[in-house]
Structures are given as structure tokens and as C-alpha cells.
Design a protein around this ligand. Structure first.
Ligand code: CTP
Length: 364
């Protein structure tokens, strides 16, 4: 049995790019031999094992053939006779289809090193189209390595369109789609992910609302000014009305923190300027943002609004005013009214009136 480092770790080592995970392929072994050597089996659909000490993933070399639509319709064939080259051939991109042996030599039957040097994302074989998740993966790699000058090979771009045209994307699980979107939001140029999806018509299937909004441009503006993924997601949806934002978040089963922030941005952004001129309206906005009780997502709202305006002086001044207004409103609490003996809605109204008074002090 022989083990080889494969996939992202080899690619990123050769690129001089940081990586977090090491994946290994084992050639010439059976599951029984792996278990005997102390590995623990974890793969459900195919034979993957955890190393007894490093806990890194070791997969038996395998081939895969599509047997039905979507991500799960695969027939996996793993036995000791499957070669390293056969295992590398089932992979998506040439830059992901290289292996490194124990002495550091690179095994590169599909010319990934040449494509790394040429900055090209190119599919390995025609079997590329068998996995629709690859549309999202390629878009994500295009975003992640955009700053290094990577582009998608025209023949690979054609296959992305082909997968979309074959109506394969609806077979992907929503969870997988969101995982890819979330990873893409963390890249240096997240807008490239969405532009790539638009170019192959995948955006019209996955996020049709975005095709006609200015959201991708908004994300491109905001991303350099905030590393927060939830703020970037909210920027992407900032152009859409509240109901659409809610519908998208629901459909994609977006985590709560993301969807709350995105909804609040879509509500707060159009009303912000007028609200900061009028104490009562400002109070409405502060309550809407749930900014009296908690710092989040209010701080996320502030960070997103500043990022959307590219950290301009004007945006910073506006948000400083909003933060001050919120701080001032927070100074009034129920404890200030213990002697008044007010209760229930009367107490609530008195607190609110006092807060509005406080807001008058700080607003221009
Ligand atoms: N792979 C593939 N097709 C997929 C998923 C994975 O061909 N749909 C292959 C690629 O060779 C990839 C490897 O499996 O390099 C490991 O996949 P994964 O860990 O998901 O991605 P990485 O390429 O390691 O990238 P990342 O840095 O995003 O983890």
C-alpha cells in the first residue's frame, strides 16, 4: 500500500498559498488492511479512513461513474487495482488532480502544473459534467484565485453552461449550495463567484433575483471593507426589497445571523438618512434594528452600511451619528421610572417618550 498527498494541499503548496486540510489517496489497499493498520473508517458512500495519529483523511483510490441525476447518483468503484492516475482522472480541475509522494515528487498526468503556471482553471476530463456541484466549485476557485490572475479555460466555461442547460442544478441539495456560497463569500473577490455563475446562466437558476439587481456590484464595493461573511451576504442582497431578501434566505436555509442582518440592511438602508433627521423616526429605526438590547446584529448593520459606501468619510459620520443615537437611547431604562408607578403599556410609552427626548439632544 502507498499513500499520496492529493487535491487542495498539493495545489496550494505549489501555489505558495495557505491550506488547512491534507487529503490522502491510498493505492493498493483493501478496507480490511486499512483497519488492520489502525485507521478508522468514516466514509459512508466510499471508503475513507482517518489516520490513527494525524486524523487526516485517507481515501482508497477509486473511480466514479454517474448513475443518476444530481450529486449522489454515483457508482463508486474502489479496489486495490485502481491506479493513482485513475483516481486523479475523476477529479474536477487539473490543478486539483495532482499528487505528491513521500519524497515530495509530483505526479501530474493531467498537466496541472502547467495550468497553475498559466493561471488556468481547466477540467480534467469530459466526466467533469457528471457532478453539478462543480459549477459552484469552479466559480469559487475563480473567485479565490482571481487576484493571482486565474481565469476559466473557454472549454471548461462551455461545460459549466452545458451542466446548467442540462437542468442539473436543481438536483443539488440546498445545503451544498449554501456551503459553496458561504465559502465563496470568504474569498478575496466574492463578486467573481457570482459573475461566473451569471456567465454560465447558473445564477438565473440559483438566485434569479440577483440577475436583475445591482447586488453583485454592491458586494464588489463592500468586500474590501469588511471581512465579515454576514456583512458581505447582506451587501449582496442590499438592493432587494425585504420580502425578496426573506424569501432568498428561507429558500437557501441561510443561518439565522446572516438572514437577520440581510433583512435589516434592506429595511434600514433606504430610511437611514431621513431617520437621522427626526427623533421619532430614529427611534422607530433603532427598535427595528433591535439595537437597544443587543450589540448584534446592530454592529453588523453599521459595518455593512459603512462597507457599502466604501468606508467613505460621509458614511462614517452618518454611522457615528446612528451609534451615538443608539447609545443615548440606551441611557433611558425602566429603572428611571420606578417612582412613577407606571406599569404595562403606560410604562412602555413613557420610556419611549424619554428616549425620543434623549435622541433630540444628539440628532442635528
Ligand atoms: N473533488 C472533485 N469534485 C468535487 C469535490 C472534490 O473533483 N465535487 C476533488 C478535487 O480533486 C479536490 C479534492 O477532491 O481537490 C478535495 O476536495 P475538497 O476538500 O472539497 O476541496 P479542495 O480542492 O481541497 O479545496 P478547498 O481548499 O476549498 O478545501
Amino acid at each position: 500500500m502507498k499513500s499520496f498527498l492529493v487535491g487542495g494541499a498539493v495545489r496550494d503548496t505549489l501555489l505558495g498559498y495557505p491550506f488547512h486540510e491534507k487529503d490522502w489517496v491510498v493505492v493498493g489497499a483493501t478496507p480490511a488492511e486499512m483497519i488492520e493498520a489502525g485507521y478508522t473508517q468514516v466514509g459512508r458512500d466510499f471508503p475513507v479512513f482517518l489516520h490513527p495519529d494525524s486524523k487526516e483523511e485517507y481515501a482508497l483510490a477509486r473511480t466514479e461513474r454517474k448513475s443518476g441525476p444530481g450529486y449522489h447518483g454515483f457508482v463508486v468503484h474502489a479496489d486495490p487495482a485502481v491506479t493513482l492516475e485513475e483516481d486523479l482522472e475523476r477529479r474536477d480541475l487539473t490543478i486539483n488532480a495532482m499528487a505528491m509522494d513521500a519524497s515530495g515528487d509530483i505526479i501530474d498526468p493531467y498537466h496541472g502544473q502547467q495550468d497553475l503556471a498559466d493561471r488556468v482553471l481547466r477540467h480534467v476530463s469530459p466526466h467533469f459534467v457528471e457532478d453539478p456541484l462543480r459549477v459552484l466549485r469552479v466559480a469559487r476557485f475563480a473567485a479565490r484565485y482571481h487576484h493571482l490572475g486565474f481565469t476559466i479555460a473557454p472549454e471548461t466555461a462551455a461545460l459549466l453552461s452545458q451542466i446548467v442547460a442540462a437542468d442539473e442544478l436543481p438536483h443539488l441539495s440546498i445545503e451544498r449550495v449554501w456551503v459553496e456560497i458561504e465559502k465563496a463569500l470568504g474569498t478575496t473577490h466574492p463578486e467573481v463567484f457570482f459573475h461566473t455563475l451569471a456567465d454560465c446562466q447558473a445564477l438565473a437558476v440559483l438566485l434569479p433575483e440577483l440577475s436583475v439587481s445591482q447586488g453583485i456590484a454592491a458586494l464588489a464595493r463592500a468586500a474590501p471593507h469588511t471581512p465579515r461573511l454576514d456583512c458581505r451576504w447582506a451587501s449582496l442582497l442590499s438592493d432587494l426589497p425585504e420580502a425578496r431578501v426573506k424569501a432568498i434566505n428561507q429558500h437557501l436555509k441561510v443561518p439565522n445571523a446572516y438572514s437577520l442582518l440581510a433583512t435589516r440592511i434592506s429595511v434600514a438602508r433606504p430610511t437611514l438618512k431621513t431617520a437621522l433627521k427626526n427623533a421619532s423616526e430614529c427611534m422607530v429605526l433603532i427598535k427595528l434594528l433591535d439595537a437597544l438590547r443587543r450589540d448584534e446584529p446592530f454592529e453588523g448593520v453599521c459595518e455593512t452600511l459603512i462597507a457599502l459606501e466604501q468606508n467613505s468619510d460621509e458614511a462614517n459620520t452618518t454611522i457615528e451619528l446612528l451609534r451615538n443615537a443608539c447609545k443615548q437611547a440606551r441611557t433611558v431604562t425602566a429603572a428611571d421610572f420606578t417612582e412613577s408607578r407606571l406599569t404595562g403599556p403606560d410604562l412602555g410609552a413613557a420610556i419611549e417618550a424619554a428616549r425620543i427626548e434623549q435622541l433630540r439632544e444628539v440628532l442635528p
